[in-house]
Design a protein around this ligand. Structure first.
Ligand code: GDP
Length: 534
């Protein structure tokens, strides 16, 4: 059944109140600060600053994380849940650095919306644009937060124009900033005719909210200094005339983004943004799957793995599979079917991530993210159901753009190295290919920094110094098709053939010309640069 106003299915209230989203931004725009404030308002932490503090306490436990800190990047993603108003928010953290785009892409398959944070002085930056394009591939609804308004920022119309032009999306102001930089005093709430005033003295204080009876209300002049008032009135009038009105349906379809202006560090605008995600953000969405799609309100529980993180606690060699619940009401202890292996799995100690602490999840609804500790059975792309053989689609694995050979410093440790590499392959941290001729492995990544991360993790987690060397190959393609033709092809190209960690056949080469030739000579075979993970 569809709700006629929103065109969305009518869901049980527990599911309808869920909002599962990620934050996309360019490094330094304020993602961490905004996340802290979300958690502060959500009651998940008592004091802002704890996300960072806790993050650091955790990080010092391993030098790998130290490296992450030194470089100021976040390699590992996690999920956090918190309540605000009537809503349950699930925030899935995306790794910020462009070298980890594949991980980011998969994270975005687990959310229903994205909050785009931009710096008011810098506008749309390169990483924002890249991440936005990924969201667009999935038509994800986007809500925009223009941060750092307490600093000198660009003209409001100019910022809105830039987003419209660079990202080709309609922008509608949900709030209008009053003054800039030192003069910034708050926003006029365009949707509810309210004045929100920032308190510079107390950074954690929720803004003061004043009801205003339209722009003619004399109350405005009581709170807004004269030199800012005229500009505000003129701009709001112009904005109402020139910019599109908020159309909730267009927001849900990803064609329009509402924009809020604020200052995360001063806690300003955050509450309005959260209310906006509640009011205009999507409820849990239908999941595409084979042989049929999964609707969140289905009674039976299902979910899929979008991320695997190993060695979160170096003392225990555990892996946590992050599962996005796609349907139903999950209860701890349930037995679910692991569709790939057809085996039952009792989910007895799932975890929910409240701020940076783990807690046992007694229950979860469609839209939630839970972590399932396991010993490697759960892989990215796996589906869990109550028995039906459904597989969630659309979680891709990209062909790596950089290939290097890898050897253990100590040749006796080759088996150890293989084990370490397989683990990272399952985590999705790298592609690992075993060439059919010779010994050793070829490792493929999307960004060069990943080689360094891998080398330091293998050394730390497995006590194994390794060396990466240039490989003669630069491209990898998965090969599939007619069995007899495939055998013929493999036999004739042994020098170029390898197997990935799932045992699938990969063609390695350094020339596009080779790929074209294979496609011409073997029309019954398919060469692909992506593979669905399942
Ligand atoms: P991230 O890299 O996107 O996670 O950004 P952070 O949240 O770490 O913020 C980057 C820097 O900008 C930090 O020094 C923050 O203190 C600062 N910052 C964040 N929000 C604001 C804001 O609203 N105003 C000002 N002036 N600085 C901010």
């Amino acid at each position: 059944m569809l709700d006629t106003a929103t065109n969305q299915p009518v869901l049980p209230p527990e599911i309808a109140r869920r909002r599962t989203f990620a934050i996309i931004s360019h490094p330094d725009a304020g993602k961490t600060t905004l996340t802290e404030k979300f958690l502060l308002y959500g009651g998940a932490i008592q004091m802002a600053g704890q996300v960072r503090a806790k993050g650091e306490a955790r990080r010092t436990r391993s030098d790998f994380m130290q490296m992450e800190k030194d470089r100021g990047i976040s390699v590992s993603a996690s999920a956090m849940s918190f309540d605000y108003g009537n809503f349950r928010f699930n925030l899935v953290d995306t790794p910020g650095h462009s070298d980890f785009s594949e991980d980011t892409y998969r994270t975005l398959t687990a959310v229903d919306a994205a909050v785009m944070v931009i710096d008011g002085a810098k506008g749309v930056e390169s990483q924002t644009q890249k991440l936005f394009e990924v969201c667009r591939l999935r038509d994800l609804p986007i809500l925009t937060f223009c941060n750092k308004m307490d600093r000198e920022s660009r003209d409001t119309f100019e910022i809105i124009d830039e987003i419209q032009e660079m990202l080709a999306i309609d922008v509608t102001p949900a709030a209008w900033p009053i003054g800039v930089g030192r003069d910034f005093i708050g926003c006029y709430d365009m949707l509810r005719d309210r004045l929100e005033l920032m308190d510079r003295a107390d950074r954690n204080k929720v803004a003061e909210s004043i009801e205003i009876n339209g722009l003619d209300d004399p109350k405005l002049a009581e709170h807004v200094p004269e030199h800012l008032l005229d500009k505000l009135l003129e701009e709001v009038e112009m904005a109402r005339e020139l910019l599109p009105k908020l159309d909730p349906q267009a927001v849900l379809e990803g064609h329009m983004t509402p924009i809020w202006f604020g200052s995360a560090i001063n806690s300003f605008g955050v509450k309005e943004l959260m209310e906006g995600i509640g009011a205009y953000g999507p409820q849990p969405q239908i999941q595409s799957a084979e042989p049929r799609q999964i609707s969140p309100e289905e009674k039976k529980v299902s979910g899929f793995v979008f991320k695997v993180q190993a060695n979160m606690d170096p003392k225990h060699r555990d892996r946590v599979a992050f599962v996005r619940m796609a349907s139903g009401h999950f209860k701890r202890g349930m037995k679910l079917t692991h569709v790939r292996t057809k085996k039952p799995m009792a989910i007895s100690n799932p975890v929910l991530f409240l701020a940076s602490d783990r807690e046992l999840a007694e229950e979860a609804w469609a839209g939630d993210i839970i972590g399932i500790p396991n010993h490697g059975q759960l892989r990215i792309g796996d589906t869990l159901t109550e028995g039906e053989a459904i597989r969630v689609k659309g979680i891709p694995s990209f062909a790596p753009e950089l290939l290097q050979g890898v050897r253990a410093g100590d040749p006796m440790k080759a088996k150890h190295l293989e084990k370490a590499l397989m683990q990272f392959a399952e985590e999705g941290a790298a592609k690992v290919f075993k060439p059919s001729i010779g010994s050793g492995f070829i490792v493929g990544v999307v960004g060069a920094l990943q080689f360094e991360v891998l080398a330091s993790r293998i050394e730390l987690e497995y006590g194994l110094p390794v060396r990466f060397d240039n490989s003669q190959f630069t491209s990898a393609r998965w090969v599939s098709g007619d069995r007899a033709e495939l055998d013929k092809f493999v036999n004739a190209n042994k020098q170029h053939i390898a197997h990935d960690h799932d045992g699938d056949i990969v063609y390695l080469t350094r020339l596009q010309w080779d790929i074209d030739r294979v496609e011409r000579d073997y029309p019954a075979l398919k060469l692909t640069a992506t593979k669905e993970m399942m």
